[in-house]
Design a protein around this ligand. Structure first.
Ligand code: SF4
Length: 340
C-alpha cells in the first residue's frame, strides 16, 4: 500500500478491507505520516495498543517519497532534485514569499509540449509521475528539508493536464485537512492551454483551485512558434474554454506572460494582449525571460517592461511584474532541467 497515493477516505477503506480496522487507525496513521512526517508511526499510542495488527501493517505500508539527492540555494530560494525509484530525476523549487513558502512541483519527467523558452520542453518527454511521486515532493519539502510550505504551484517540469488523473488525486491528498492541509485556493495548476484538461477540471467539484495559463503571446503566429500546442489549440479555442469555466465568486485566472525582447514585448503586443484578456477575469503576471540553452533571446530592459505593463494597466488589466529569482541555480521560470 503506497500511503502517499491515498486520501484519508481511501486509506480508511483499505484498512477496513485488509484488516477490518477503520477510521480510528486511519486517522492516526494519516496524522503521523502526513502531518508529522513520522515513518515510525507504529510507536504512537493507537498502534502500540494493537501489536499484532501493527506488525502486519508495518509490512504493508510503503512510504517512498523519493530521495532528495541535491539541493541548490540562492538566498532563501531552494531548488531540490529528487531521485525516483527507477533512477529518473525531477526538480522542485521552494520559493520564499512574504509570510510563507511556495512549493513549485513537477508533474512529469520531461514534457511533450516543446515550448521554445523552456528547458524541460527541450528535454523531451520521459514519463508521467505517479501520484506518490507528486505528493512525495511536498513530503520531502516539509519533512526532509523542513520548510513551511503553504502554497503549491504546478509549474515545475511537465504539463499537469497531460497527467490529469494523478495530478488531481495528488491535489486531493495535499488538500486533506487531517494531513498536508493545503487549502485549494492555495494550489495553482498551470497549463500551456490543454482545453480538454480545462474542461475536465470545470466538471469537478474543486472550488477555489486556481488555474493559470501560460499565455506568452496574443497572436496565433507568435504563440504557435513559441508554444507548438497553439497549432492545434489556437487562442480562440482557449478563450472559449476559459469563458465556460466556472470560477468562484471573485475568482480569476492567472495568466503568465514571459516577456521576450523583440518577440512579444512591443506596444502592439501589449494592446493585443489586453484585448484578448478583456472579457476574462485575469491577473496577469509579467515575467522577464530567463536564459535557456539554445534559445537566443533575452528579456527587455526594466523601462520597456514597465512601458508594456503600463499599457495593460491603462486598459484596465491587473498586472503584477515578477522579478526574476533563482537564475543562478537554474530554478527560474523555464529553466528546470538545466545543469547548474
Ligand atoms: S513551459 Fe511547461 S508545458 Fe511548456 S515545455 Fe515547459 S514544462 Fe512543458
Amino acid at each position: 500500500m503506497q500511503i502517499l497515493d491515498l486520501t484519508l477516505d481511501q486509506l480508511t477503506g483499505r484498512l477496513n478491507q485488509t484488516f477490518g480496522k477503520g477510521r480510528f487507525h486511519a486517522t492516526a496513521l494519516y496524522r503521523e505520516i502526513f502531518k508529522s512526517g513520522n515513518p515510525n508511526f507504529f510507536e504512537s499510542k493507537e498502534f502500540t495498543s494493537s501489536p499484532a495488527f501493527t506488525r502486519q501493517l508495518k509490512h504493508k505500508i510503503n512510504l517512498t517519497p523519493g530521495q532528495v539527492v541535491e539541493t541548490f540555494k540562492e538566498n532563501n530560494l531552494t531548488k531540490f532534485i529528487t531521485k525516483l525509484s527507477d533512477g529518473e530525476k525531477i526538480e522542485s523549487v521552494i520559493i520564499p514569499m512574504t509570510n510563507h513558502q511556495t512549493l513549485c512541483v513537477s508533474s512529469q519527467v520531461g514534457c511533450k509540449m516543446g515550448c521554445r523558452f523552456c528547458e524541460t520542453g527541450r528535454m523531451g518527454f520521459k514519463r508521467n509521475l505517479k501520484i506518490f511521486e507528486i505528493t512525495g515532493q511536498l513530503f520531502n519539502a516539509r519533512f526532509t528539508l523542513k520548510e513551511k510550505i503553504k502554497n503549491i504551484v504546478f509549474m515545475g517540469m511537465g504539463e499537469p493536464f497531460d497527467n490529469f488523473d494523478p495530478v488531481i488525486q495528488a491535489i486531493r491528498i495535499m488538500n486533506e485537512q487531517k494531513g498536508f492541509d493545503i487549502a485549494l485556493r492555495h494550489i495553482t495548476v498551470s497549463t500551456s492551454g490543454l482545453i480538454n484538461g480545462i474542461e475536465k477540471l470545470a466538471g469537478m467539484d474543486m472550488p477555489g483551485l486556481r488555474l493559470a495559463i501560460s499565455i506568452n503571446a496574443a497572436d496565433d503566429k507568435t504563440r504557435s512558434w513559441l508554444m507548438p500546442v497553439n497549432k492545434t489549440i489556437p487562442l480562440i479555442s482557449l478563450k472559449k474554454a476559459l469563458q465556460s469555466f466556472p470560477l468562484t465568486k471573485r475568482g480569476c485566472f492567472l495568466f503568465e506572460y514571459i516577456l521576450i525582447k523583440g518577440l512579444n514585448d512591443s506596444q502592439k503586443d501589449a494592446i493585443r494582449l489586453a484585448d484578448y484578456i478583456k472579457p476574462l477575469p485575469v491577473r496577469l503576471n509579467l515575467i522577464p525571460c530567463n536564459p535557456v540553452n539554445g534559445f537566443n533571446y533575452e528579456s527587455p530592459c526594466d523601462a520597456d517592461m514597465h512601458k508594456f505593463a503600463q499599457t495593460l494597466t491603462n486598459k484596465g488589466i491587473f498586472v503584477i511584474k515578477r522579478w526574476t529569482r533563482g537564475q543562478s541555480v537554474a530554478a527560474g521560470c523555464g529553466q528546470l532541467g538545466q545543469k547548474c
